[in-house]
Design a protein around this ligand. Structure first.
Ligand SMILES: Cc1cc2nc3c(=O)[nH]c(=O)nc-3n(C[C@H](O)[C@H](O)[C@H](O)COP(=O)(O)OP(=O)(O)OC[C@H]3O[C@@H](n4cnc5c(N)ncnc54)[C@H](O)[C@@H]3O)c2cc1C
Length: 404
């Protein structure tokens, strides 16, 4: 097997690594300071807009989109190591490159299922990084890991749809630049096929009846860098029928299609987060002394570092294999591998970041190191895009089927 990256990937990696060193890491502290002085913590700090302009100028833009008509036209295997690098600074780098969730998944939906008007109105400004977007599926009242439970109604009324429902943990929605929601609801709640009851509609933020009510917290924090995770109420919000994405009853299938690439992107970035944690752990281990010797001279610390390195190497190989399979046999053929990385990566990275926090003492849970934020990000990915248990259930069922 040849594990080397191809020439284009190597060239983009070199440029991206330089961009991270020259622009992204130095901007981390600046963004922090600027955000503290903004009128609203949900606005985008000026330094982030500067990073976006520079990334675009350098051709490090929309790298996630495999369709060369819209993005860089990279395969999953080419994009994987680049997404990993952006994961080292998850607050800034994915946004700087216009490769941040949930916009990436939303752009993919619009590119794949949107009609020409929808693409012109929403995909083009998203591709240009002029606006942001959100994906609204989860509801506080029902177990939303099972999308057939969704209760939001999308009712036809003449040439309009009327949307009524309450969503929460809608990432990005607190950011005032988030101009458009892709809303999942039921157009046919009594339909016989429970997977054909759902549809997706485009709901502009300024539609009467749309209320972004509050920012939900994550471990007591508000996730300012990612536009928060909002509770959003749709109270008879009315949009034209032409805002339907794809066909009526096609919402479930679109949701499945949307989450395949999104999951691998998250896992690639998580590996970058783990690499950052290992780097911080090692720097701390050689620079801090307790009980007469450097922390890195303690056997237990050496075990943490070694275990972290082994785990990251294993994860990276599995993620790259998954990317390669998505490219060669398609997302469906790579189903088991996609689920395997979605199960394995967040929990392993949580463990690595947890050790890095421990090694930093009180500093580990402070705002002076990115570790607490990395931990929260990794931990929530055991829930977001489907909880671990849902993936385990489905993977195990496919495995068991072989023996029935
Ligand atoms: C930070 C963050 C960001 C998010 N961003 C978005 C977003 O942008 N848009 C959006 O729509 N949603 C978003 N979510 C919501 C997320 O997708 C849901 O929380 C997730 O799908 C689970 O749904 P639920 O919370 O209703 O949990 P439930 O469906 O109630 O599940 C609760 C628990 O039940 C267990 N469980 C469920 N099914 C099974 C099973 N089959 N077998 C065994 N155990 C099971 C699991 O342990 C699961 O964690 C986000 C969540 C977080 C934390």
């Amino acid at each position: 097997m040849d594990f080397a990256f191809d020439a284009r990937t190597e060239e983009l990696r070199a440029r991206l690594l330089a961009f991270m060193d020259e622009h992204v890491y130095p901007a981390e502290a600046v963004a922090h300071e600027q955000r503290a002085r903004l009128a609203s913590p949900w606005e985008t700090p000026a330094v982030v807009e500067g990073l976006k302009a520079e990334a675009r100028r350098q051709g490090l833009w929309n790298l996630f989109l495999p369709d060369a008509g819209y993005g860089a036209g990279l395969t999953n295997l080419q994009y994987a190591p680049l997404a990993e690098i952006t994961g080292r600074s998850p607050q800034l780098a994915p946004t700087a490159l216009n490769c941040a969730a949930p916009d990436t998944g939303n752009m993919e939906v619009l590119a794949q299922f949107g009609d020409e008007r929808q693409k012109k109105q929403w995909l083009e400004p998203l591709l240009a990084g002029e606006i942001r977007s959100a994906f609204a599926m989860t509801e506080p009242e029902v177990a939303s890991s099972d999308a057939t439970n969704i209760t939001t109604r999308i009712e036809r009324d003449g040439d309009d749809y009327v949307i009524t429902g309450r969503k929460w943990y809608i990432s990005g929605a607190m950011n005032p630049d988030c101009r458009i929601f892709i809303v999942m609801g039921k157009t046919d709640p009594d339909g016989a096929d429970i997977r054909r009851q759902q549809s997706m509609v485009l709901v502009p933020r300024d539609t009467p009846g749309v209320e972004v009510r509050r920012a939900m917290q994550v471990f007591g924090y508000e996730d300012h860098y990612h536009g928060g995770h909002a509770e959003v109420v749709f109270d008879h919000a009315r949009v034209p029928v032409s805002n339907l994405v794809g066909e009526e009853g096609g919402g479930f299938a679109i949701a499945q299609a949307r989450l395949g690439p999104g999951r691998i992107h998250h896992c690639m970035r998580l590996i970058g987060m783990a690499e950052r944690a290992i780097e911080l752990m090692c720097r701390r281990a050689v620079s801090r002394t307790a009980f007469g010797k450097a922390l890195g001279q303690q056997g237990v610390v050496q075990n943490w570092i070694a275990d972290a390195r082994v785990a990251v190497e294993q994860l990276r190989l599995l993620v790259l294999k998954t990317a390669w399979m998505m490219d060669t046999v398609g997302n469906k053929g790579a189903h088991t591998e996609i689920q395997a990385i979605k199960i394995a990566t967040p929990r392993t990275v949580v463990d690595i970041v947890d050790r890095a926090i421990q090694l930093h003492g009180a500093g580990g849970v402070s705002q002076d190191f990115p570790l607490a934020e990395l931990y929260a990000g990794a931990r929530t990915l055991m829930l977001a895009d489907g909880p671990d248990e849902v993936h385990q259930r489905s993977l195990a069922r496919r495995e068991l089927k072989k023996y029935l």
